[in-house]
Design a binder for this molecule. Structure first.
Ligand code: HEC
Length: 165
């Protein structure tokens, strides 16, 4: 008498367990799909307005995020930044600054990578005062770094804003 009842409840409980497992698996799969679908590669077009606003405030250069505060004029290119702010020391090598176009002086510095060079320029290094916070945005300073480093034998892309307007 009891045996059939136990069987019945046992099988009912198995169905319930199976249902829960199937549901859990389904949820897990959905999460996996969301994660993979949402993990867009960097550099892709931001999908939401929030992302877009954030992308406009923060500029990615490699893994370095630069403040690119909007100046009230078109973005300066690396050459313009160099002439206005860097040439004073880097044209002639004042205080031991690596001279513009001198591959022998720039070569050993290029190996540390673009991001390290940008950080040195922004925050200062040795006799070089911090170059951030003046008339140029950090993104523009980074463009100046690319311009100068490339003249010294580097092959860096001049960083672009995430969105041109
Ligand atoms: C006041 C003089 C001065 C000015 C202005 C100046 N620099 Fe420099 N810069 C130096 C000196 C000196 C060094 C060498 C620092 C050291 O290695 O101790 C240097 C080194 C560098 C380096 C190499 C850093 C490294 O880690 O090897 C970069 C990149 C650089 N400057 C970029 C710039 C850029 C871009 C500007 C303009 C926005 C600029 N500098 C303006 C003096 C200056």
């Amino acid at each position: 008498m009891n045996a059939p009842q136990q069987n019945a409840s046992g099988s009912a409980s198995h169905s319930t367990t199976f249902f829960l497992l199937a549901t859990a698996a389904g949820i897990g799969l959905s999460i996996a799909l969301i994660l993979f679908g949402g993990g867009a590669p960097s550099g892709s077009v931001p999908s939401t307005t929030g992302d877009l606003a954030k992308a406009q405030r923060l500029q990615k250069v490699g893994s370095v995020t630069l403040r690119a505060e909007q100046k009230d004029r078109p973005l300066a290119n690396g050459e313009a930044v160099f002439k206005a702010q860097c040439a004073a020391c880097h044209a002639s090598g004042i205080s031991g600054a690596p001279v513009f176009g001198n591959a022998a002086e720039w070569g050993p510095r290029l190996g540390q990578g673009f991001e390290a060079l940008v950080q040195a320029a922004l925050h200062g290094k040795g006799a070089m005062s911090p170059q951030s916070g003046g008339q140029f945005s950090d993104l523009e300073i980074a463009r100046g770094v690319a311009y100068m480093a490339n003249a010294g034998g580097g092959k860096f892309d001049e960083p672009e804003p995430a969105q041109s307007n």
